[in-house]
Design a protein around this ligand. Structure first.
Ligand code: SF4
Length: 452
């Protein structure tokens, strides 16, 4: 069977989707090519959250098409995911020669579409329609045999889409309305992963703390999302539980309290705040104020002292003044995040923000971005320094991608730790003494106290 190379752009959701598509292709007898050069079929799983991600995939596909023309080749070329969903059939015209365009709700059918192409039943396929139940269709994980080492951590999709409609965001358009998977099916998928040696699971979705809002009821004041956390936390063999990405206004008292009650729920929270200015939060249609966000941070730090906090921030949103930006810097200094994903506002077609007045010039966005990076890095460096000499529990995940002589894992508060390691420690929870800190990295020695 032909070999397929899947190149993924963008977020963890895309990574997870690509893994499931790869597992389905293998189950259909396709091979996974070790490199693009060796592949008969090249598929790009795309992202449109920012202009830069879209440009990268666009340029890549143009290069692949030009290369195929030059070599008069027969390689099959396709675009999947958010860009395919947003542009649809337009891509067939604007990228003449492309063979396949598959949107976010049809990814599970990629093996079928490739079969149609290879057997000449169809050509120039574009599939971006809706499909009931699509949120529940991508649940395969790569077989351990298809990996160099068994996976210790895994992501599990719990829902698709978002109804929030933040003014800068294309996700509601590319991923559609919120649709959640049945709780028992998610728990079953987690159980199967644990049986395969997974020790840490991250529940995944665009707005996870709204899980089940349209399909399930609260029970004794516990939201469907907290019911799901409880069910996964109860699974034997699981050591750690995480989730991403939530929305601050989806944090009810039950979810905050869950951090104190569920032993495997790790003390780390990804809290995208986007801006420190109430005026900008209002223009962004984020649905909460800075004070409400600060109060949430205080509640989480009360129930789990030392909780690791990660955020997302956008600078240069239309209308952002120096004072608004200063308010963002103030919030960062007050909260002292452990890490932050920092973005320059990116103009996205068909979003409310795209039509707003007072677009901020690129030069100003770049200057603010640089200043924010500097501020966040300085604070984070101080927070990482506090780990020097301390003992932390690390789940060993495998060799470091950057330096194979070192092994890597994470603390419960989501900090990367590099240490001396070997296959004997894979998937083990070990006690590590921190001896050095680097940029968003801790270095440690382990006396290696095994789980058994
Ligand atoms: S909550 Fe997140 S995914 Fe949903 S519209 Fe806002 S930024 Fe986009």
């Amino acid at each position: 069977m032909p070999s397929v190379f899947l190149k993924t752009y963008g977020c963890q959701m895309n990574e997870r989707d690509s893994e499931a598509v790869a597992a389905r292709l293998l189950a259909r007898g396709f091979d996974l090519a070790p490199s693009e050069e060796a592949a008969d079929i090249v598929l790009l799983n795309t992202c449109t959250v920012r202009q830069s991600a879209e440009e990268k995939a666009w340029n890549k596909m143009q290069a692949l098409l030009a290369d195929r023309r030059r070599q008069n080749g027969r390689r099959v070329l396709g675009m999947l995911g958010c860009m395919a969903q947003a542009c649809g059939g337009d891509l067939l015209e604007r990228l003449p020669g492309i063979d396949l365009v598959v949107g976010t709700r049809k990814l599970h059918r990629v093996p079928d579409f490739l079969g149609d192409l290879l057997e000449g039943r169809r050509a120039a396929i574009c599939e971006t329609g809706d499909e009931p139940g699509s949120q529940n269709a991508l649940r395969e994980h790569l077989d351990p045999a298809a990996r160099p080492r068994p996976a210790v951590t895994a992501f599990v999709n719990i829902m698709q889409g978002c109804n929030h409609r933040c003014a800068f965001c294309v996700v509601p358009k590319t991923r559609g309305p919120e649709r959640s998977r049945p709780l028992p099916e998610i728990v079953d998928e987690c159980r199967q992963l644990i049986d395969r040696g997974v020790r840490e699971i991250t529940l995944l979705g665009q707005i996870v703390n709204r899980y089940g809002r349209h399909e399930m009821a609260d029970i004794d004041g516990r939201s469907p999302f907290v019911q799901l956390l409880e069910a996964v936390d109860a699974l034997d063999g699981l050591e750690r539980l995480r989730f991403t990405a939530p929305h601050p206004d989806g944090y009810g008292a039950d979810l905050v309290e869950a951090y104190a009650r569920l032993p495997k729920l790790c003390e780390s929270a990804h809290l995208p705040v986007q801006s420190g200015s109430d005026r900008i939060l209002h223009l962004m249609r984020r649905g909460h104020t800075v004070e409400q966000f600060r109060s949430l941070v205080d509640q989480l730090r009360r129930v789990r002292p030392g909780i690791g906090l990660i955020t997302d921030l956008i600078v240069g949103f239309p209308g952002e003044t120096d004072a608004d930006f200063e308010a963002t810097l103030d919030l960062v200094r007050q909260v002292e995040f452990d890490q932050a994903y920092l973005f320059k506002y990116s103009h996205r077609p068909d979003t409310p923000a795209a039509a707003m007045p007072d677009q901020v010039p690129l030069g100003v966005r770049e200057a603010r971005h640089a200043e924010l990076i500097k501020t966040v890095d300085e604070i984070a460096a101080r927070r990482y320094q506090q780990f020097l000499g301390r003992h932390v529990q690390v789940l060993v995940e495998g060799p470091s991608r950057k330096n194979a002589r070192r092994w890597t894992g994470r603390t419960r508060c989501h900090k990367i730790v590099l240490l001396e390691g070997s296959d004997r420690q894979l998937g083990q929870l070990i006690d590590v003494r921190i001896t050095r800190t680097g940029r968003y990295t801790l270095y440690g020695d382990s006396a290696w106290i095994g789980m058994d």
